[in-house]
Design a protein around this ligand. Sequence first.
Ligand code: PEP
Ligand code: MN
Length: 271
Amino acid sequence: MLSNLEVENKYDVVKIGNDLEIGGKELVVMAGPCAVEGRKQLLETAEEVKKNGGQILRGGAFKPRTSPHSFQGLGEEGLKLLAEAREKTGLKIVTEVMDSEDLELVDAYADILQIGSRNMQNYGLLKKLGQVDTPVMLKRGYAATIKEWLLAAEYIITHGNPRVILCERGIRTFETATRNTLDLNAIALIKEVTNLPIIIDPSHGTGKRSLVSPLAKAGITAGADGIIVEIHPHPEEALCDGQQSLLPQDFGDLVGGLKRVAQAIDRKLVG
Ligand code: PEP
Ligand code: MN
């Protein structure tokens, strides 16, 4: 038995606000920049997400960077820009909380709290997430087994918050040709052993722009309830993860392709 989530969690579907559900028949599309870099970049990107059929805007205000010398995010200023983008477009916001200390602040802005790969086993933070009502998207640790990932989800659930969405974002393997190895087995298996919604992140899963679209489609075919992808109006100028960010046009093409994939597996995109 991988987990007792089936008995613990009665929610097949996680509601985001009053008008969006994740985990039902309809597939959600989350997209946006890796990091919120400034007002123009974010608002331009948000318009593209909206125009091309996305429902949720992603963007980190607190960034977990491997190097302390890399851009660390705009902090609260970034959260305010996300709120402005939500106001202008009607998109919902998913953004990362890295530290228990910032939970209250990020929770005041986010529609979905993202827990990044590096924090999947930050048990203090997971317990605190049990005390909020906001849905949590728990990304898989890059070196975590499926069992460890599900047990991390149970920390949040057993501490009081059943609104957990899983996100497969690739794991570290012996392969170096891609940034990570996207684990499609995990998608199908999670659907078999839990009731939790699961999102596929082919941007971090591959680390390479040209691979994002094929792997997004593969993830949906394997049973994912939606995608999260990075897009940027000028990827070559991005302060974070430009090499894996789609141009807005590529994103539009991807959403078009996903509509056909969804139809083939008797699902549809939201909207
Ligand atoms: C991100 O979504 O930008 C991110 C940092 O993801 P991960 O935690 O999966 O590396
Ligand atoms: Mn990123």
